[in-house]
Design a protein around this ligand. Structure first.
Ligand SMILES: NC(=O)c1ccc[n+]([C@@H]2O[C@H](COP(=O)([O-])OP(=O)(O)OC[C@H]3O[C@@H](n4cnc5c(N)ncnc54)[C@H](O)[C@@H]3O)[C@@H](O)[C@H]2O)c1
Length: 294
C-alpha cells in the first residue's frame, strides 16, 4: 500500500467505540489522520481521550466532534471547521469514509400492545442515523471537494439486513437501506474513482451489541456456528479495511463483503462438522456415507 502523504484523512462516523475505534487506530498506524464523529457522555470520554492519544502516538492528527451525526447544522459546522483548519492550506483529502453508527430503537414494530409498538419518530430516527446519514455526509464532503479520486467508502452492516431478530425491525430496515445505498452509490461514484462497499461483520462484543435483548445468546450462537470457533472482533474489520485500501483494489465495488469468518453463511443445526452426528444414524436413507472421508 502507498504510504499516506501528510494530508490524507479518514472520516469515521462512530469513531469512539467498537469497529470505528479499531479502524481509527489501524488507519492512524498506516499514516491517516482521523476526522472522527461520535456521541459520548462524560462516562465514556476517558476511552475517547485514550483513542485520541493513541492516534497522536502514531504521529497523526485526531480531530473529533462529539455530536449527533444526524444533526444537519452540526454536520455543516464540523465540515466547515475542518475545511478552514486543514483543507484550505494543506488541501486535505478524505481517502476513507467509514459509516459505523450504532443508534437505533430496539423494539417490536407492532408488539403485544400499544406501549410496545415502535413510534414513528423512533423508526424514522433509526433509519435516519443508521442509513440516510451516509448519504448526507457523502453529499457534504463531495460538495466541499473533500472526497476525490481514490477514496473508499465503507458502511457497517450485519446479517440482520436479511435475517429476522426480535426487536431488530427498525435496525434491520436501516441495514437493508444502507446496503441498497451502497450499491447505488457505487454506480454514481465509480466514474469519480470512488468505491463503496458494505462490510458485514459477524456478531461482535461491543457496547452496541450489549443493548440488543439476548445479546449473550447471540454471541454464544455466533461462536458455536462460526467456522473459526470465535466471534468477530473490531480488529478483524480494521484489518479488512486496510486490505481494501491496497492500490489496485478499486474493482472491489458495490458489494456487501462478509468480514465474519463465514458465520453469516452457516445455517446452524448444532453440529460443527458433517461427521459429528454420524452415530445418530440420521443419514440412513442417504447413499452418502458421512464416515467415509476418503
Ligand atoms: N456489534 C456487532 O455485533 C455488529 C455486527 C455487525 C454490524 N454492526 C454495526 O457496526 C456499526 C458500529 O457498531 P459497534 O458495534 O461498533 O457499536 P459501538 O456502540 O461500539 O459504536 C458505535 C459508535 O457510534 C457512535 N454513535 C452512535 N450514535 C451516534 C450519533 N447519533 N451520532 C454520532 N455518533 C454516534 C458512538 O459514539 C460510537 O462511537 C453499527 O452500524 C452496527 O449496526 C455491529
Amino acid at each position: 500500500m502507498t504510504r499516506k502523504s501528510s494530508n490524507q484523512w479518514a472520516l469515521i462516523l462512530g469513531v469512539s467505540s467498537g469497529f470505528g475505534a479499531a479502524a481509527a487506530r489501524e488507519l492512524a498506524r498506516h499514516g491517516y489522520h482521523i476526522l472522527g464523529i461520535h456521541l459520548d457522555r462524560q462516562a465514556t470520554m476517558p476511552a475517547v481521550n485514550k483513542l485520541i492519544e493513541d492516534i497522536e502516538g502514531h504521529g497523526q492528527k485526531a480531530v473529533f466532534y462529539n455530536m449527533n451525526a444526524a444533526d444537519e447544522h452540526k454536520r455543516h459546522a464540523a465540515l466547515d471547521n475542518f475545511v478552514d483548519a486543514y483543507h484550505r492550506e494543506g488541501r486535505a483529502e478524505i481517502k476513507v469514509l467509514m459509516h459505523s453508527l450504532a443508534f437505533g430503537t430496539l423494539r417490536p414494530l407492532v408488539g403485544r400492545n400499544e406501549g410496545e409498538m415502535i413510534k414513528k419518530a423512533q423508526l424514522e430516527m433509526t433509519i435516519d442515523v443508521m442509513a440516510n446519514s451516509l448519504i448526507y455526509w457523502i453529499q457534504d464532503t463531495v460538495r466541499r471537494g473533500l472526497l476525490g479520486r481514490g477514496a473508499r467508502i465503507f458502511a457497517m452492516t450485519s446479517d440482520g439486513a436479511n435475517l429476522n431478530l426480535p426487536f431488530y425491525g427498525a435496525v434491520s430496515a436501516a441495514k437493508a437501506a444502507l446496503e441498497s445505498y451502497i450499491r447505488q452509490l457505487a454506480i454514481e461514484l465509480g466514474p469519480r474513482g470512488i468505491t463503496c462497499n458494505a462490510l458485514l461483520a459477524g456478531v461482535t462484543d461491543t457496547p452496541a451489541l450489549s443493548k440488543i435483548p439476548g445479546a449473550k445468546n447471540m454471541l454464544y450462537a455466533a461462536v458455536a456456528k462460526n467456522p473459526f470457533n470465535r466471534a468477530t472482533t473490531p480488529e478483524d474489520v480494521a484489518t479488512a479495511i486496510i486490505a481494501l485500501l491496497q492500490d489496485g483494489t478499486e474493482f472491489i465495488n458495490g458489494n456487501t463483503i462478509g468480514v465474519d469468518g463465514g458465520e453469516s453463511k452457516i445455517s446452524y443445526v448444532g453440529q460443527k462438522t458433517p461427521y459429528q452426528y454420524a452415530d445418530l444414524n440420521l443419514l440412513t436413507e442417504s447413499s452418502w456415507d458421512p464416515t467415509d472421508v476418503s
